[in-house]
Ligand binder design. Structure first.
Ligand SMILES: [Fe+2]
Ligand SMILES: [Fe+2]
Length: 282
């Protein structure tokens, strides 16, 4: 789909029905969760994904302080997007609870509370910087958003394959559908914004080359990000799939020809954690 204007992208997005609507949520067979085992190594991954989904709200509030967040089309999208991501976090939390994992009553507040101090400073600097660059930074925000959505969806696909749990699978497939609509929005707006200015292309490419990290890194402790990434992508075909579904798609954006940062960074994390595991075993 090649949209001509941001407004068209928004209209497309608004035509998409919610996958995780009340009817879907009411149909989840929670009482069947315990009939199947969840591989223990995937529990921290599920907790991580739940937290990152929940932190979207914080990210959304930060973005609203920048020219990107004040753009009427983008802010309209973000309102619904923010709600959808929160549902993802809530559903994953319920799943963990039904599976017998200790989640606690005030988990959402706790997640927000434990955001690293580094992230708070980083977020402040980022919004100061983006206000300085102004609306030309929107292309960068949208490209970051597209990459985060694509990596999240790909992460959920891997998680689904690895967990092989029917109830989780139903939930993840629904979440992936919403993540794909988010990707379409971000990617399409990024494309339009990048097309308009070579300066925006240079800023976006530079920012992602030097500052992009897997979603959640910065707001969650580094070890948790690395654990999640390596658990999901180290296995057979993980990196190849990432390269075809994400890197190749990013390369289609104006100014991103030959851009390989995403595959490189994820491969780096996977091979570092493999080395650590080997040295722990030795
Ligand atoms: Fe999500
Ligand atoms: Fe999303």
């Amino acid at each position: 789909m090649n949209f001509e204007t941001k407004r068209e992208v928004l209209e497309w997005y608004e035509r998409q029905p919610r996958t995780l609507n009340d009817q879907f949520l009411a149909s989840i067979p929670w009482d069947e969760v315990r009939n199947y085992e969840i591989p223990p190594n995937l529990v921290p991954v599920l907790l991580y994904m739940r937290d990152v989904e929940t932190l979207t709200d914080m990210y959304y509030r930060e973005l609203r302080r920048t020219p990107t967040g004040r753009d009427p089309v983008i802010s309209k999208f973000m309102e619904r997007w923010g709600t959808e991501e929160l549902t993802h976090g809530e559903v994953l939390n319920r799943f963990l609870h039904e599976a017998g994992v200790e989640v606690g009553e005030s988990w959402q507040a706790q997640v927000q509370h434990t955001v690293t101090a580094f992230y708070t400073v980083y977020a402040y600097l980022l919004s100061a910087f983006t206000n300085l660059v102004g609306s030309k930074f929107t292309a960068t925000h949208m490209t970051f958003g597209a990459i985060h959505e694509m990596t999240t969806a790909q992460g959920y696909r891997r998680l689904d394959e690895m967990a092989n749990h029917p109830v989780l699978s139903t939930i993840l497939k629904a979440i992936i559908r919403e993540e794909s609509a988010h990707t379409q929005f971000y990617w399409s707006v990024a494309r339009l914004e990048l097309q308009q200015s070579e300066f925006a292309q240079k800023v976006a490419r530079f920012a992602i080359q030097y500052f992009w990290n897997p979603v959640g890194q910065g707001s969650k402790p580094r070890e948790q990000t690395e654990y999640t990434v390596s658990t999901l992508f180290s296995g057979e075909g993980g990196i190849e799939k990432l390269d075809t579904t994400i890197t190749k798609r990013v390369q289609q954006l104006p100014g991103f020809d030959g851009f390989t940062r995403i595959t490189e960074r994820i491969s780096e994390i996977c091979s570092e954690s493999l080395k650590q595991m080997q040295s722990a075993e030795a």
